[in-house]
Design a protein around this ligand. Structure first.
Ligand code: NDP
Ligand code: BG6
Length: 484
């Protein structure tokens, strides 16, 4: 196997919000794993920056706790941890005031790769950009990493893009969508553009429809205040599902370069048709023995926010005209299972007498768990008794196909942070992409707000509201089973 690893230069990574949940659960443990795999060149530093007053020793202790809690099996590497902690410092800083900025300026070096991760509430993104610039900490090669949500509609996304653009070039801005860092999401591009097999049939002549499901078992507990103002459409569809849709539907880029890929994704978003209200189903989970209802979790007894959404969309271009894309995502569902399925058309004619079954090839790309790809094909059922046909999966679970270590893929965040340090924007959203995604999403949300649409109830632990099943049944199709 040939592996091409692009070297990493010495860097300073400043994590604004270094004491926060995301830093503790994902960023710091992720950087520890990169350190252990030798991707943090000697002399590189990670600087936590947050409001809490503490010294570097206290932040190192907090980092060690975070790694113990969220670092996975690597967290047992005591020697590695000790060495990693030597690379970490902390600055108490006020994103909206003057405190800490001079100290940060003195600490961050100008002759190494500088990356500033904005892991704080979106209300601070503009302040951080402005202060990095005003205090002459950032330079023309610095990178900023901007977390989600990137705006809550087109207007706010435009305003945020403009604020960031006042201080940084587009080539310096890395808008995170962690779904783009997932192993199988990138594999989707490898499967499409690295094989002769699929591209000729990847169009409306052969594809009946495409389904994208991102089902979660978790509730919104603990994040109710944020989520209730957002809902599944803003939280998941506008970004993560939209990115998956783009990768599955885009034209082949001329090369695997940041702008080439993002140009093609942008064309898909711009070709998305408005969705008819009858093609959208919104839901809210009910209470069950394992947990409260959505409205209780959100502490809003009258909430009209959706914790589930399913929809049928169309892309108006030559490749996809007439092919429905069915999307669904929800919280407190039956299983944690995310999958993209390309369902090919039925055979035009069968030569096998007595075979009434509807045989279809289905290519499924499993994002999580158990990442892999499977292709449903029709074969002869073994044994005597004539030509009986049966559908079987040609299953490639990465861990089975590539050895046990293949299942041990880097977390999306750590992969993306290393891409920032390498200066590779391919897996980050460009400003125009985000705006186009909001331009498509806004009218759908406005539509149901104006109609005062009441989400349908669904049982926690189910596959979502009955109406979502009907969305498919009406078209003579059915959702793929959600199974862990
Ligand atoms: P938290 O509320 O857990 O952390 C917020 C961080 O911001 C803390 O480190 C806090 O410092 C710091 N902070 C608050 N006020 C200031 C200030 N005035 N100056 C400097 N620092 C300040 O948030 P999360 O970690 O959960 O989220 C961070 C970002 O990541 C958000 O944009 C969120 O939307 C996004 N995100 C988070 C996910 C998650 O799983 N947590 C998932 C996807 C996106 P202190 O603690 O010292 O007060
Ligand atoms: C986040 C959403 O962006 O993605 C969460 O805000 C969601 O609501 C999460 O739970 C899902 O990510 P993953 O990687 O667990 O599928």
């Amino acid at each position: 196997m040939v592996s091409r690893v692009i070297p990493v230069e010495t860097f300073d990574l400043v994590i604004f919000g270094g004491t926060g949940d995301l830093a503790r659960r994902k960023i710091l443990p992720g950087m520890f794993r990169r350190f252990l795999s030798g991707q943090m060149p000697q002399g590189s530093r990670i600087i936590g920056a947050a409001r809490s007053e503490m010294d570097s020793a206290a932040f190192r202790a907090m980092t060690a706790d975070a790694i113990a809690a969220f670092g996975g099996k690597e967290s047992h590497d005591k020697k590695g941890l000790k060495d990693f902690l030597q690379c970490i410092d902390y600055i108490a800083i006020d994103a909206k005031g003057d405190a800490g900025w001079a100290e940060l300026g003195a600490m961050v070096r100008q002759d190494v790769v500088q990356s500033f991760y904005f892991s704080v509430a979106p209300a601070f993104f503009g302040d951080l950009a402005e202060r990095l610039h005003r205090n002459k900490i950032a330079n023309a090669d610095s990178r900023i990493v901007v977390e989600k949500p990137f705006g809550r509609d087109l207007e706010s996304a435009r305003a945020l893009n403009a604020t960031l653009a006042a201080h940084f070039d587009e080539r310096q801005i890395y808008r995170i969508d962690h779904y783009l860092g997932k192993e199988t999401v990138q594999n989707l591009m490898a499967v499409r553009f690295g094989n002769m097999l699929f591209e000729p049939i990847w169009n409306n002549h052969y594809v009946d429809h495409i389904q994208i499901t991102v089902a979660e078992t978790v509730s919104v507990e603990g994040r109710g205040a944020y989520y209730d103002k957002s809902g599944a459409m803003r939280d998941m569809v506008q970004n993560h599902l939209m990115q998956l849709l783009c990768l599955i539907a885009m034209e082949p880029p001329s090369q695997f370069g940041a702008d080439e890929v993002r140009d093609e994704k942008l064309k898909v978003i711009r070709a998305l048709q408005p969705v008819e209200p009858q093609h959208i189903v919104r839901g809210q989970y009910d209470a069950d023995a394992l947990g409260p209802s959505y409205r209780e979790d959100a502490e809003n007894p009258r909430s009209l926010t959706e914790s589930f959404v399913a929809m049928k969309c169309h892309i108006a271009n030559w490749r996809w005209a007439g092919v429905p894309f069915y999307l669904r995502t929800g919280k407190r569902m039956k299983a944690r299972a995310s999958e993209i399925s390309v369902v090919f058309k039925d055979l035009g004619h069968t030569i096998f007498e007595g075979d009434e079954a509807r045989h279809r090839n289905i290519l499924s790309i499993r994002l999580q768990p158990n990442e892999g790809i499977d292709l449903q094909v029709t074969i002869k059922e073994p044994g005597p008794g004539g030509m009986r046909l049966v559908d079987v999966p040609l299953d490639m679970t990465f861990a089975d196909a590539l050895g046990p270590d293949a299942g041990d893929v880097p977390d999306a965040y750590e992969r993306l942070i290393m891409d920032v340090i390498r200066g590779n924007q391919t897996l980050f959203m460009r400003g125009d992409e985000v705006e186009a995604a909001w331009a498509w999403t806004d009218p759908l949300i406005q539509g149901w707000e104006e109609r005062e649409d009441v989400p349908k109830h669904y049982e926690a632990g189910s596959t979502g509201p009955e109406d979502a099943l009907m969305l498919m049944h009406r078209d003579g199709r059915k959702w793929r089973e959600i199974k862990a």
